[in-house]
Design a protein around this ligand. Structure first.
Ligand code: AMP
Length: 308
């Protein structure tokens, strides 16, 4: 888990005359993350030029920024300590920092480093140039993805989740709003605010978004990493249909439909995709298709191959 070399290596597309500079910055970031007991480089806001706002989250503002000496582009997330304390979110942020610092995977958004001053905490995040997947979904004809595009994203989210589960991290809040796209259109799983590091014990907290809640969380039962399998099924449905499967005007109806696993497929959703979704949307978590099987499911494999 602690092998940071890949994360802090200069990207191959970096221009040759900038490589030394960029590597120096990455080394400083690595030093900050890894050598906490030594004398790590002290980052401050003065190291960055702040650019346009990229978005606003539940309790933070995100700006495009670049490190001054190397022009290395990052996304800088600003969190106000007073707001965090007021909303009792300190623990959630610490969890997000701890988890995201340690998970390294091409489809998981990297937290490169972090620092703070009197009033704010700053998270230095990998920049996901194409932004939210949710907006991209809304811009599609009929607000839904083609099968190849949906299959590509399902595969990449499954791979990212598999990596989380390998390190006993359950994401618990998978939805299009928490998925970003990098410059090449690949998934970057973000927002680990709700995720939990659960070494062995099963959890009982209720969290996540209503439409994506699995039956065991709706009914307050114990749950494990298989909640993320369910969410992947809901996600796949939303990719292909344009709305989540249990959406209702009344919250009570959504709860009822989740518990009854009441899924209705529009005609355009073909049976190979239905097969995958129905194997993930199972009431009994142990009946759900494991992530490694999702990645080799025939619909995923054949459709992903058609993606240009
Ligand atoms: P968050 O507070 O993490 O929910 O972020 C709020 C919004 O900022 C997101 O919905 C994105 O639109 C944008 N954003 C956050 N992180 C990044 C990033 N690393 N790269 C690009 N945009 C981001």
């Amino acid at each position: 888990m602690q092998d940071y070399d890949e994360l802090f290596t200069v990207a191959s597309e970096c221009p040759a005359n900038r490589k030394t500079n960029v590597q120096a910055t990455l080394d400083k970031m690595k030093d900050h993350v890894v050598a906490r007991n030594g004398k790590p480089y002290s980052w401050s806001i003065n190291d960055f030029q702040i650019g346009c706002p990229l978005g606003r989250g539940k309790f933070g503002r995100v700006y495009l920024a670049r490190e001054k000496s190397t022009k290395y582009m990052i996304a800088l997330k600003l969190l106000y300590k007073s707001e965090l304390v007021k909303s009792r979110l300190e623990k959630q942020v610490l969890r997000e920092i701890e988890i995201q610092t340690h998970l390294q995977h091409p489809n998981i958004l990297s937290l490169l480093t972090y620092f703070y001053d009197t009033n704010r905490i700053y998270l230095v995040l990998e920049f996901a140039a194409r932004g939210e997947l949710y907006k991209h979904l809304q811009q599609q004809p009929h607000g839904r993805f083609s099968e190849p595009e949906a299959a590509k994203y399902v595969y990449q989210v499954a791979d990212a989740l598999r990596h989380c589960h390998l390190y006993k991290v359950i994401h618990r809040d998978i939805k299009p709003e928490n998925l970003l796209l990098d410059a090449r259109g690949n998934i970057k799983l973000a927002d680990f605010g709700w995720s939990v590091h659960a070494p062995s014990s099963k959890r009982k907290t209720m969290c996540g978004t209503l439409d994506y809640l699995p039956p065991e969380m709706v009914t307050g039962r114990e749950y494990d990493e298989r909640v993320d399998f369910w969410c992947l099924g809901v996600l796949c449905y939303e990719f292909l249909v344009g709305r989540p499967p249990f959406e209702s005007s009344q919250q009570e109806d959504t709860y009822r439909r989740i518990q009854a696993v009441d899924v209705k497929y529009p005609d355009h959703v073909r049976s190979p995709a239905r097969d995958l979704i129905s194997k993930l949307l199972r009431r009994n978590p142990f009946d759900r298709l494991p992530l490694t099987d999702v990645m080799v499911h025939s619909w995923v494999v054949t459709q992903k191959a058609l993606m240009k």
